[in-house]
Ligand binder design. Sequence first.
Ligand code: ADP
Ligand code: MG
Length: 256
Amino acid sequence: MSSDKSTVLLEHHLKALKLPTILREHTKVAASCTKQNIGHTGFLSQLTELELIERERRAAERRLKAARFPGHKTLGSFDFIAQPSINKTLVTELARSIYLDHRENILLVGSPGTGKTHLATALGIEACGRGKKVRFFRVTELITQMMEAREERVLARLKGQLAKLDLLILDELGYVPASKLGAELMFDVISAAYERTSVIVTTNLPFERWVEVLGCERLTGATLDRLTHRCHVLEANGQSYRLKDAKRRRKTQPKK
Ligand code: ADP
Ligand code: MG
């Protein structure tokens, strides 16, 4: 068979087998292997390794996109000195994502602007990087989506999607009081996740005020009971970073 013909065939096979990286790289790698006197097995192993690396990179990209984080916030860009109430050792440990294997939860409590959403996102991104399926929701957004799904009779499908996650992030519990149905749906989500999916909740409300959002003593008690059963609590009680940042900028800006 002529080399042209075998190249055409090879490329056809690689497409059919869905090996785009090998398809793109094989000529280059073949040339470098010839130069370095690397045999067939070495050549094949280099090519398959490239395909694997690229596949993992694409999967990581897909996981990040599917998680729908509100922004790209990392632990590297979190200033622990500005927020000394946040336990850095614990955050660093949580970043290793082992709590996910134990189905443990994280509760981030603190007033507005103290970095709760930032930390929840950063921990979510760490989990994505370790191959975990993550989804970020603002609580109001999830409740709205669930109500719509319920009306369209596709609530079971949405719950099925949530059940496949390794980590569910519920941001901003407590900013808006949920309706009775909303609170029930929230409770449903948290119950379903219990001991199966880790949940990160961020909230501006101390536990004793959750009843104001969820409306009902019994439901609040049951929700808290499930959430806090195996739970790491991070409390940010410092000043708002936004406010501090704005003040600092004002100070460092030359007066006109
Ligand atoms: P919260 O969710 O607690 O209201 P955010 O996480 O939204 O607060 O933080 C508000 C803004 O300030 C975001 O842009 C966030 O990245 C930034 N921020 C907050 N705390 C810190 C911090 N300690 N270091 C760096 N950036 C911070
Ligand atoms: Mg927030």
